[in-house]
Ligand binder design. Structure first.
Ligand code: ADP
Ligand code: MG
Length: 697
């Protein structure tokens, strides 16, 4: 590989390239547009488009695409070449300012949740100059937002960008009160991405992985993750080669890929970039997921981004590290050496505590999906109950504040590790808590509930908006205060008293927390998507988003509908897939095995061996019983799937899929898995968990 700093961003039309290639004036205007979200003139767009095209063509591009993020959660693209006809029958490469700024894809096949009838098919994509264009393959990708002809938003990027503006506005009001000269506040995000890598051959043999991204059947392997020997273990050569190429691809695309390691489950890994602005981090996470999947094919591997590819084995999540920073680069969640005296920090912290408590439901919904249900609220962390970890020191400071007592600092002991040659280093003020869904980790919050395949746009839209709302309430009070200090103290004290129930520093996996303590505190436990989604359109939530101009109530209802429908569709596809696997592969395999056993038994009888306790008889009896249950459960799943058709209300339909179809699938699976354990390998049509999970060396 060439020098990393040489290849980094080489496929990105970034600030450096813009500075090099644009006339000085144009560059200046574009920068202002990017920083202050002002509108671009036609002339400027024309100049930028031309420079972009020249640069892209020099780098081998023949096409461009408006790249957008519809409600599917993944990205969409339609490629158009730069060619224009010339009079003499040839072509020239052209790209106009209009083409850069606006696209008109047919929007009728993207989810809109009833917002737009199919005859109003037109949709618009509009250039988002705050995220750099880049080249992948031979196409120039232009990040865009996506809306309908009549202006309703149909994507995940628009609300995110709006929420960034909203939090900027409210945070600046607060900073002004503390005489902070900042002129812009941005939210920063670093996304840790978990994934599984398995052998392609295994993947191709499993329709469940191909169609649903997760195994719908499969008996537990003798060895799972119980020895904890995979986490941070040495990376196997094939995986290493894949990771190295992935890093190189991502670096070229300007993604700050930083850490990589093996995760807890066999075949599970993680990649984390250096954090950046929320919008860029969201785009980059999409690019990362896309590269992970496509590059795997080249390495004869399959990358699984599903939240729970294997039952009984840890699933995959995404940690959304989130903070606020000024344009001068000051992290507003940095407590400093004396957090107890840092009023500005404490005010921001209080706003976040209040926000997370008042909008637990929205945070939970921002990560709700059929796939993520297997992690949250199941027997795997974090639980579906939203709470915050602050650590001992901050909690003690807040307690002192609430009671109006003086906080006495605990002295931080240097850490003694008992080997003289090693340096002493100061112990962190608090240990890590790996079980909390929303943990303070020194100078940022780590939200751990996001599913591995999900876009982080929703979560960050919610986070930015709810914190903005609290900052707004605080600013309204403080700006009009006669006695600033007194008002500030009262405000913090009141908010802490009312919302401290959301702070929990203990073990979030414990039964005590899930079944008793969290209930006593009145915290929500929305175990599944189906239970969570109705809260989305609660009055307070409709008000919140409308007030800050993020979504209209109509857009909220449509989004809710999309989420309901998506859930039903996912379970529907899973049910059909599992039925197909059973009918086309598993039943014939059992029949074949039974036939072979019967033939042996026949032959034995012919030579007078009539042992009633023979192995063949034993197996046949057992198989017979299991096969009868299998048929029953298969038929009952078929019935449940059929019944779903008559449940027309979207929410009711989702409940049917959860309570009937999904449950029937589980029942069917348990029988199939039992049959798998007594069937010889050569008869079993699918690779086993052991084969899949230990397939990559
Ligand atoms: P760990 O696994 O210990 O939580 P990692 O290094 O894997 O830590 O990931 C931490 C993530 O948090 C990285 O993406 C890092 O860039 C990001 N991060 C660090 N500081 C900030 C910040 N101020 N705002 C947002 N993200 C941050
Ligand atoms: Mg991590």
């Amino acid at each position: 590989m060439k020098n990393v700093s040489e290849i980094f961003g080489s496929m990105v039309f970034n600030d450096r390239v813009m500075q090099e290639r644009l006339p000085k004036e144009t560059y200046k205007v574009l920068r202002t547009t990017i920083e202050d979200a002002t509108h671009l003139t036609k002339e400027i767009a024309e100049t930028v488009a031309n420079a972009m095209k020249d640069w892209a063509v020099e780098h081998g591009a023949t096409h461009f695409t408006h790249w957008f993020q519809p409600m599917t959660g993944i990205t969409a693209e339609k490629h158009e070449s730069f060619i224009s006809k010339t009079k003499n029958g040839g072509v020239i490469m052209e790209f106009s300012g209009r083409e850069l700024i606006k696209g008109e894809p047919d929007a009728s096949s993207f989810p809109s949740g009833g917002l737009r009838a199919t005859f109003e098919a037109r949709g618009y994509t509009a250039w988002d100059p705050t995220s750099f264009a880049f080249i992948k393959g031979t196409t120039l990708y232009i990040p865009t937002v996506f809306c309908s002809y009549s202006g309703e938003i149909l994507d995940k990027k628009t609300p995110l960008l709006r929420s960034m503006q909203v939090i900027n506005k409210q945070a600046l009001r607060i900073l002004k009160l503390f005489n902070n000269p900042a002129t812009r506040v941005i939210t920063t995000v670093g996304v840790e991405q978990e994934y599984f890598l398995i052998d392609r051959e295994m993947y191709d043999k499993r329709p469940d992985l191909v169609f649903c991204g997760r195994t719908l059947l499969g008996a537990r392997p003798p060895k799972g993750q119980e020895l904890e020997d995979h986490y941070f273990g040495a990376i196997k050569p094939r995986v290493y080669a894949y990771m190295a190429e992935l890093d190189e691809q991502l670096w070229k695309l300007g993604v700050y890929a930083k850490t990589k390691h093996n995760e807890v489950a066999p075949s599970q890994h993680e990649l984390a970039p250096i954090f950046s602005t929320t919008n860029t981090a969201t785009d980059h996470n999409q690019i990362t997921m896309e590269c992970m999947k496509t590059l795997a094919i080249k390495h004869n591997l399959a990358c699984l981004l599903h939240e729970k590819p294997f039952t009984g084995i840890n699933g995959s999540g995404k940690h959304n590290n989130w903070s606020l920073s000024t344009n001068a680069g000051t992290n507003l969640l940095e407590p400093g050496d004396t957090p107890e005296e840092n009023a500005q920090f404490l005010l921001f912290l209080t706003a976040i505590i209040k926000a997370v408590d008042e909008y637990q439901d929205l945070l939970r919904i921002s990560v709700a999906s059929a796939g993520n249900d297997h992690r949250l609220g199941a027997n795997e962390a974090p639980p579906a109950i939203v709470s915050m970890f602050l650590g001992e020191q901050l909690t003690a400071i807040l307690e002192a504040l609430e009671c109006g007592t003086k906080y006495t600092k605990k002295c931080i002991m240097p850490l003694e590790i008992g080997v003289d040659v090693l340096p002493h280093f100061p112990r962190d003020t608090t240990d890590r808590n790996r079980t909390s869904p929303f943990a303070f980790t020194g100078n940022k919050f780590e939200f751990r509930m996001v599913g591995s395949s999900q876009s982080v746009a929703d979560t960050n839209t919610v986070l930015n908006t709810i914190v903005a709302e609290e900052l707004k309430q605080f600013a309204d009070l403080l700006e009009n205060a006669d006695d600033f200090q007194e008002t500030l103290n009262t405000l913090i004290r009141k908010a802490l008293r009312e919302h401290k129930r959301i702070i929990f520093n203990g073990n979030n996996y414990s039964d005590e927390w899930v079944n008793d303590e969290s209930k006593r505190r009145g915290l929500l436990n929305l175990k599944s998507t189906v239970e969570a989604l109705p809260y989305f359109t609660a009055k307070k939530n409709l008000q919140l988003f409308a007030e800050h101009g993020i979504f209209t109530p109509q857009e909220m209802h449509s989004r809710q509908e999309i989420l309901f429908e998506n859930y039903s569709k996912v379970i529907h596809i899973e049910a059909l897939t599992v039925l197909d696997m059973v009918k086309k592969e598993i039943l014939p395999a059992i029949v074949l095995y039974v036939k072979d056993l019967t033939e042996i038994l026949d032959k034995k009888q012919k030579i007078g061996n009539d042992n009633p306790q023979s192995l063949e008889r034993y197996l046949l009896t057992k198989l017979d019983a299991l096969a009868s249950s299998l048929i029953n459960r298969m038929e009952s799943l078929e019935r449940d799937v059929l019944d779903a058709k008559s449940v027309t209300d979207a929410q009711e339909n989702t409940i049917h899929y959860r309570e009937k179809v999904f449950m029937s699938m589980q029942m069917l699976r348990s029988i199939v898995d039992e049959i798998e354990t007594i069937m010889p390998k050569k008869y079993w049509p699918f690779p086993s968990y052991s084969e899949i999970l230990y397939s990559v060396n």
